[in-house]
Design a protein around this ligand. Structure first.
Ligand code: GLN
Length: 450
C-alpha cells in the first residue's frame, strides 16, 4: 500500500479510538500531505528506511509549525520555529508525524494525569492510567493508532508507560539520541526513547533517531546498530537478577513475569546469577533531589516575557509571578519549590551534595554488577496499571511508581521494558538494563525472548 493509503487507514483508526483513549494533544493537519510527498520521494527512487511509517511524537519534542505544549498551559500556544533533531531524522527517513502525544505536564508524573489537557486512558482498561509521563505515546502504540512513537525518559517515562500498556519501551545510553529541540526537564537525566509493539520495529526506529548530533554537546559518537543486534545469538550471555529490586514488594503478576522471562531465556542458553546493588535503596531519594534541582533551574525560563503564557501584573516581577502561577500546574509548582529548597545555600551539603555522592556510588555499584553479568533484570514497575485518582492525592505514592526505573537515568545507562506477562487482563513488563554503550545487547535478548 502507498504511504497515503497507510496514513488514511491510520487516521480512520484514530478517529474511532481517540475519543475513548485521548492519547493525543493534537493531530498533524499536514499528515496526508506529508504522505503524498513521501510517495513522490519514493517514486524518485529515494531510499527511505521508514517510508510512510506513521508515528506519534511526545509533545515536549519540538515540531516546526506544529504546537508543542509539554502538556502545560504555559506552552499551550507555543509553535516552535524549528524541529528537534530526532524529528528531522524521522522526516528524512520518510516517516509521517501523525500526532503530538499527551503527557504529564513538563514530563513530571507517572500516570499522565498531570496533563493540563486531561488524562489518557489505558487501552487495556479504560478505568486505569496508561502510566507516564509518555502515557499518550504508549497508549497510542498499544491501541495501534500508530505502530511506533517517541517519548522521553527522565526517570522512567518511556519504560513505565510501556510496561503498563504492554508495549516495548527503550531508553538509550545518555547521549545516544540527540536532545536538541527536546524541552528540558532535568538535563542530566533526560533522554529521548522509542516505543513499539515489536523489537524489530523498535530497532528500526531507534536506528533512525540515534547517532551523533553536533547540536547537542552531550551527544556520543557511537554508531547505532540495533537492527543488526536483533540477529545476534544470546547463547553464553549472563543476566544478573538484582536482589534489591525483588525485595521491595512487587505484585504477584510482576514476580511471575520475571520467572517466565528467566525460564524462557535459560532454555536458550542464557545464564542467570544473583547480583547486588547496595545503593539502589537510595536511588529514588537521590533522583528526586537531582531531578527537582535541575527542574527549578530549567523552568526559570518561563517568566512571562520571552515566550509562553503571559499574565500581566503590576510590574515585571508581578508579571513573572502571575504567569508562573497560572501557567504551571500543582506538580510543576511542587517540584520548582523543592528544587529551589534543595539548592538553597544553607542546605546544599545536606541535600544536593549528598544526592550527587549517592549518584556516584550508585554508578560504581552498577559497574561492579556488570563485572558479573552482561545485563541486569528487574521489574519495570512494582505493579500493573492503577486506577485514576489512586495516587494523585499523595505525591509520595506517585513517586514510588518510579522505584525500578530512576537508577538507570542516574547512571546514564540504557534499559528496555519488555512485555512479559499479565496480571488479570493488565499487561506486565520486565526491565533489562545494559552497561552504558552496550544498548545493542538489550535488543539481542529482547528479540530472543519475543
Ligand atoms: N515519574 C518520574 C518523574 O516524575 C519520571 C518522569 C520522566 O521520566 N519524565 O520524575
Amino acid at each position: 500500500r502507498s504511504p497515503q493509503e497507510v496514513a488514511e487507514n491510520y487516521l480512520q483508526r484514530i478517529e474511532q479510538l481517540e475519543p475513548h483513549i485521548h492519547a493525543f494533544i493534537r493531530l498533524n493537519p499536514q499528515a496526508l500531505e506529508e504522505a503524498r510527498v513521501v510517495e513522490q520521494r519514493l517514486a524518485r527512487g529515494e531510499n527511505l528506511p521508514l517510508a510512510g511509517v506513521p508515528l506519534a511524537i511526545k509533545d515536549n519534542i519540538c515540531t516546526q509549525g506544529l504546537e508543542t505544549t509539554c502538556g502545560s498551559k504555559m506552552l499551550a500556544a507555543f509553535v516552535p520555529p524549528y524541529s528537534a533533531t530526532v524529528v528531522e531524522r524521522l522526516r528524512q527517513a520518510g516517516a509521517i508525524v501523525m500526532a503530538k502525544a499527551n503527557m504529564d505536564e513538563f514530563a513530571m508524573g507517572s500516570s499522565t494525569e498531570y496533563s493540563a489537557f486531561g488524562p489518557t486512558r489505558n487501552p487495556w482498561d479504560l478505568e486505569r492510567v496508561p502510566g507516564g509521563t509518555s502515557g499518550g505515546s504508549a497508549a497510542a502504540v498499544a491501541a495501534d493508532m500508530v505502530p511506533v512513537a517517541l517519548g522521553t525518559d527522565t526517570g522512567g517515562s518511556v519504560r513505565q508507560p510501556a510496561a503498563l500498556c504492554g508495549v516495548y519501551g527503550f531508553k538509550p545510553t545518555y547521549g545516544r539520541i540527540s536532545r536538541y529541540g527536546v524541552v528540558a526537564t532535568a538535563s542530566s537525566l533526560d533522554q529521548v526513547g522509542t516505543l513499539a509493539r515489536s523489537v524489530k520495529d523498535l530497532a528500526l526506529l531507534s536506528d533512525v533517531v540515534s547517532g551523533y548530533d553536533p547540536k547537542d554537546s552531550t551527544s556520543l559518537e557511537a554508531m547505532p546498530q540495533f537492527g543488526k543486534a536483533i540477529e545476534a545469538p544470546v547463547q553464553g550471555m549472563t543476566i544478573g537478577i538484582v536482589k534489591e529490586a525483588l525485595a521491595v514488594g512487587n505484585s504477584p503478576g510482576v514476580l511471575e513475569a520475571l520467572e517466565r522471562f528467566r525460564t524462557v531465556m535459560e532454555r536458550q542458553g542464557v545464564r542467570f546469577v544473583e547480583v547486588s546493588i547496595p545503593t539502589l535503596e537510595y536511588a529514588l531519594a537521590a533522583y528526586y533531589i537531582v531531578n527537582t534541582a535541575e527542574i527549578s533551574s530549567n523552568l526559570a525560563r518561563y517568566d512571562g516575557t520571552l515566550y509562553g503564557l503571559r499574565v500581566s501584573g503590576l510590574d515585571s516581577a508581578d508579571t513573572m509571578m502571575e504567569s508562573r502561577e497560572h501557567g504551571f500546574g500543582p506538580e510543576v509548582q511542587r517540584r520548582v519549590l523543592m528544587g529551589t529548597f534543595v539548592l538553597s545555600s544553607g542546605y546544599y551539603d545536606a541535600y544536593y551534595g549528598k544526592a550527587l555522592r549517592a549518584r556516584a556510588k550508585l554508578k560504581a555499584d552498577l559497574d561492579d554488577a556488570f563485572t558479573q553479568a552482561n545485563l541486569l533484570l528487574t521489574p519495570t514497575s512494582p505493579f500493573p496499571a492503577f486506577r485514576f485518582g489512586e495516587k494523585t492525592s499523595d505525591p509520595l505514592s506517585m513517586y514510588l511508581a518510579d522505584i525500578d526505573t530512576v537508577a538507570v537515568n542516574l547512571a546514564g545507562a540504557p534499559a528496555m521494558s519488555i512485555p512479559a506477562g499479565f496480571e488479570g487482563n493488565l499487561p506486565v513488563g520486565v526491565q533489562l538494563i545494559g552497561k552504558p554503550l552496550y544498548d545493542e545487547q538489550i535488543f539481542t535478548v529482547a528479540h530472543a525472548f519475543e
